[in-house]
Design a protein around this ligand. Structure first.
Ligand SMILES: [Zn+2]
Length: 684
């Protein structure tokens, strides 16, 4: 053995004899020995240095040493890997900073997995056979192997070909990683890098998972297909992949910070301080800000249903629907800025980034299938803001249902079956169907979002740009004052939220840490008084509500979640009456805004669950007329539908309105201008 291997043999015998013995017993099911850098460093600082600077030589020596250890039974075919981990802080490199300086060095990278390819066989030992003289050669394929020889050593003719059947292979899986979301502060996705996982590392990680990778940075020579022959692609050959079991690395508060948080929590106006820090640059919308404040804290995690199996969702989901120009996007951006972990995506650009998760063909695996994590998976454990939610496509919508209810995303495509964990709170914003709300029509039917998705949100805020003189006066003052305060920055909407940070009563960084602390340390439980308050409200609500769809227990879960979040804002272990009242106020506000029938003043849950009685009647009538006329005509003239509707007592103007509505709902289609047909689909 060479000197370095001798040293490793000594090291293993002294520090890892037990683990090496277990490996020998478990081989080949268990195929690698995990070795801590720190223990090597304590044994020999020079060996540890050698490992960082020339990991290829050091790991090769360590593996030779391990194979030669007197471990009993293993004489033949024992080829375990040595996987080093826990590198010093000085060897940590961010994905973005990976560069030429790190080539061939052992480094560690803190990252989140974005993609994973299928497992592919990679040649480890190539068997070459001469077509002419039948001589055979074995070539060890390693990082230095670029091409296999073609000339036969015995007959000196160019007649070698690879004997695939007799060659030896190792499993290879490529992944792609990027900087963890919580380090980005909601900014655009950063650089990404490919990482290669071999042998027992394959299929051990999923997209969306947080990892600390220990690996060797390598360069992949350009392929013939590539345009620029001098651009090498970097990748990390993974030596060890440590999974972070938590959704993100939560840095615990220092004792000084903890004292500060406790003092803050004692302030009687702590909730207002938090709420007013959400987006002070935006006038009004106090209820939305309250909802966002509660969402950032979330309910009590880890509670189980009565059956003891399924978990009760603790994440709060909020939806803001409103006319263009009502600052929805800014509210979302600001929530992401404050969240300990958050990611902002727009429904329009989502097809590029990916909202949920997917299986697609990709260059990472040379055209093979890759599993790819989208925003909701990457933001796992945190908050995802989805702007323009009305623009997301059918597949993403279905996946969103699953995330919001079961906190998972399942994929079944092209033989790939996978389930991702996605414990993500969602704050979404969208436009009404016709761009803005018609103040004279019921609100809920104007939502451009399917009912099944709507019902997953705890709170839905329709924001209307209504004419209101006193409010407009205050708003004008507010905006003008901002101009005086904010100088040039306010001119651009895109940087508006940084101005929010400037004006917030609580420093954004402090607020973020406070939230992280509350989420980690505070798990409030309902007091009997709070329980009674929630119950009383719920019972009253069920009595007051008319309409076919009842107020369901879903509302009860929501009320509890919001109350728990409210208790967390004061770091209180107990949900008190004041918390229940806050939750009731918000739920009641939303119900009153959306469900009150403007003519009768009664609560009509159908307004949320679908359409109000009278309204639904006229709507169904129009669709039925089109269906009836279809028996006679291939395509039904709009004018004929309006005529028929008039005979049934519906004004032309009304009929037109419901025709447009039915087209938007997808119950009618317009195959050609001026003509209608019913949509051939099963109605929900
Ligand atoms: Zn030959």
């Amino acid at each position: 053995m060479e000197p370095l291997a001798e040293e490793f043999a000594e090291f293993f015998e002294e520090k890892y004899s037990k683990e090496a013995g277990e490996l020998a017993l478990g081989y080949p099911t268990k195929r690698s020995l995990e070795v801590s850098y720190a223990s090597l460093d304590r044994f020999s600082a020079s060996m540890a240095d050698e490992l960082l600077l020339d990991p290829d030589a050091a790991i090769a020596a360590a593996e030779v040493a391990l194979r030669k250890l007197p471990l009993g039974t293993m004489e033949f075919g024992f080829e375990p890997r040595v996987r080093f981990t826990d590198l010093p802080e000085s060897s940590r490199v961010s994905v973005e900073d990976l560069g030429a300086a790190h080539i061939g060095k052992l480094i560690s990278v803190d990252c989140v997995v974005t993609k994973r390819t299928e497992v592919q066989p990679k040649v480890k030992v190539a068997v070459l056979r001469c077509r002419l003289c039948d001589a055979r050669f074995k070539i060890l394929v390693d990082k230095n192997t670029t091409i296999l020889p073609e000339t036969c050593d015995s007959c000196k003719r160019r007649a070698l070909e690879c004997d695939e059947e007799h060659s030896e292979y190792v499993d290879l899986q490529r992944i792609e990683v990027q900087e963890p979301i919580e380090n980005l502060r909601g900014a655009a996705p950063s650089s990404r890098v490919a990482a290669w996982m071999e042998d027992d590392l394959v299929n051990t990680v999923l997209p969306g998972q947080r990892l600390v990778i220990t690996g060797i940075m390598r360069l992949k020579p350009p392929t013939k297909k590539q345009e620029n022959a001098f651009v090498y692609r970097k990748y990390v050959e993974v030596v060890h992949a440590a999974k972070l079991e938590k959704d993100f690395e939560e840095i615990d508060a220092t004792p000084a910070e903890t004292r500060k948080f406790r003092e803050l929590a004692k302030k009687p106006d702590v909730f207002d301080l938090i709420k007013d820090s959400i987006a002070p640059g935006i006038y009004g919308h106090d209820e939305v800000k309250q909802a966002l404040a509660l969402q950032l804290f979330g309910g009590t995690e880890g509670k189980k249903q009565v059956d003891g199996k399924s978990a009760i969702r603790a994440k709060i989901h909020v939806l803001i629907l409103g006319d263009a120009g009502t600052a929805k996007t800014r509210l979302l951006q600001r929530a992401i800025e404050i969240a300990p972990k958050g990611l902002f995506v727009s429904g329009k650009s989502v097809s590029g980034v990916g909202l949920t998760a997917s299986a697609e063909r990709d260059e990472l695996s040379d055209g093979g299938w890759v599993l790819k994590a989208g925003a909701l998976v990457l933001a796992g454990g945190g908050l995802a803001a989805v702007d323009e939610i009305d623009k997301i496509d059918e597949d993403d919508r279905a996946a969103m249902h699953e995330v919001m209810e079961s906190e998972t995303i399942s994929i079944a495509k092209a033989g790939i079956v996978a389930q991702f964990r996605a414990k993500t709170s969602i704050v979404a914003a969208g436009n009404p169907k016709l761009g803005r709300f018609d103040a004279n029509a019921p609100i809920a039917p104007q939502y451009a979002i399917v009912q099944t998705l709507l019902s997953r949100f705890d709170l839905i805020f329709p924001i209307m740009d209504v004419l209101d003189e006193t409010r407009d006066d205050k708003l004008a003052d507010h905006v003008l004052n901002q101009h005086m305060l904010g100088g040039p920055t306010i001119a651009s909407g895109a940087v508006g939220h940084t101005l929010d940070a400037m004006r917030a009563p609580m420093d954004t960084d402090l607020l973020r840490k406070y939230i992280a602390y509350a989420r980690r340390r505070v798990h409030p439980a309902l007091s009997p008084e709070a329980k009674d308050a929630i119950k009383a409200y719920y019972v009253d609500l069920r009595k007051a509500a008319t309409g076919a769809v009842p107020i369901t227990a879903r509302y009860l879960d929501g009320l509890v979640r919001l109350s728990e979040a409210s208790a967390k804002t004061r770091l209180s272990p107990t949900v008190e009456t004041q918390d229940a009242k806050r939750a009731i106020f918000l739920v009641d506000y939303v119900l009153k805004t959306v469900m009150t029938d403007r003519t009768t003043g009664a609560l009509d849950v159908d307004l949320v669950a679908g359409t109000p009685y009278a309204y639904a009647g006229a709507y169904r009538k129009i669709v039925a007329i089109v269906k009836g006329l279809e028996a006679e005509y291939d395509m039904v003239k709009v004018s004929l539908v309006i005529e028929t509707a008039a005979e049934q007592g519906l004004l032309a103007k009304e009929a037109e309105k419901f025709i447009n509505r039915a087209i938007l709902e997808g119950d009618l289609v317009e195959p050609q201008k001026g003509f209608l047909a019913s949509a051939k689909r099963v109605l929900e």
